[in-house]
Design a protein around this ligand. Structure first.
Ligand SMILES: CC(C)(COP(=O)(O)OP(=O)(O)OC[C@H]1O[C@@H](n2cnc3c(N)ncnc32)[C@H](O)[C@@H]1OP(=O)(O)O)[C@@H](O)C(=O)NCCC(=O)NCCS
Length: 296
């Protein structure tokens, strides 16, 4: 008989006295190693190394003093969970329990600790994302009172010839302060944690385009540009023009950078613009569910 989700080599209960340490006690290399150990069987492979962990902590304002690593009484790494703060909001991320230690309430313990720390920091709202299909984690979050907000799509686009074009929009590059001006005055879209202004402005390698229609309607896209990849997209489009304006903006964008891959995370899935992205060659890789918990 094949047992699904059965714990292999279940630790003896007497060993399960958890020791909680702040993540600030560890190097980024060690944190990446612990993270990887919790994700060896994850539905979407996302291996980390020290440098990527450091970028992640910086980009998303992870609080290393309030984020935690959990060890068992024999000092073996058992799990971790991170918390980030922006104003009165908290974001939970990188939660995981090493497979060997699962289903012994450690997930509950880590969630309880992180929510407690959000309270202690006077946050009034906690948010997180969970990949569609990750039922154990989704159930854990629902048990802790989290409610579903919306679905977000993660898409990739390999370099490809752009055939779309729309002459109804004047598309021009955004430069200097205009890039930050746009990010700081989003009008139409609700960003997820990873495409909010603070996530993007950590890097000076940002670029963008603005589209203007004859009727004066204006929209924009801002993204991060590395040697090989475009990533960290923020998009803001007036609802009456959103589909065609997205086509116009992204056609110019991909004509400008024809050899770069694009990685677009957390695009709202319940929108017609997702269809526009597909038309432009974007391929959906997976989806996340955004969840939230109000603390007051
Ligand atoms: C999700 C995860 C952290 C849960 O850790 P855990 O220590 O096994 O969780 P617990 O034993 O505390 O169980 C917590 C709740 O999760 C749910 N759960 C845990 N394992 C489950 C499973 N195999 N199937 C369904 N629900 C499960 C249950 O609701 C459980 O509550 P209950 O025991 O009161 O019924 C763990 O499975 C894990 O690390 N998974 C891989 C990484 C991951 O998915 N991280 C979250 C990314 S958003």
């Amino acid at each position: 008989v094949v047992m699904v989700n059965a714990s292999i080599d279940t630790p003896k209960l007497s060993k399960l006295e958890w020791v909680i340490r702040p993540t600030s006690d560890y190097s980024f290399e060690e944190l990446a190693e612990i993270f990887n150990a919790t994700r060896i069987d994850y539905i979407v492979p996302m291996p980390m190394n020290g440098r990527r962990m450091e970028d992640y902590v910086t980009d998303y304002d992870v609080d290393l003093e309030n984020s935690i690593v959990v060890l068992d009484s024999e000092k073996q790494f058992a799990g971790m969970g991170m918390i980030a703060f922006r104003d009165k909001r908290a974001w939970l991320t990188r939660l995981g329990v090493v497979p060997h230690f699962r289903q012994h309430k450690l997930g509950h313990k880590i969630m309880g600790e992180l929510v407690k720390r959000a309270f202690a920091r006077a946050a009034n709202h906690v948010q997180l994302e969970v990949i569609v299909g990750n039922e154990p984690a989704k159930r854990l979050f629902i048990k802790h009172g989290f409610m579903i907000n919306r679905e977000l799509a993660i898409l990739n686009r390999p370099p490809a010839t752009v055939t779309t074009y729309d002459a109804n929009y004047l598309v021009t590059p955004l430069e200097g302060d205009d890039l930050y001006g746009c990010l700081n005055s989003r009008q139409y879209s609700t960003p997820s944690w990873i495409d909010e202004a603070p996530s993007l402005i950590k890097s000076n390698a940002i670029a963008g385009f603005k589209a203007v229609h004859q009727d004066g309607s204006t929209g924009w896209v801002v993204f991060r540009k590395s040697r090989f990849q475009l990533s960290h997209f923020a998009v803001d489009l007036p609802p009456t023009h959103s589909y065609m304006m997205l086509i116009a903006l992204f056609s110019t964008l991909h004509r400008t950078y024809p050899s770069l891959d694009a990685k677009l995370e957390n695009f709202p899935a319940d929108t017609p613009e997702l269809g526009a992205l597909r038309k432009l060659g974007y391929i959906e890789v997976f989806r996340r569910i955004e969840m939230h918990l109000d603390l007051i």
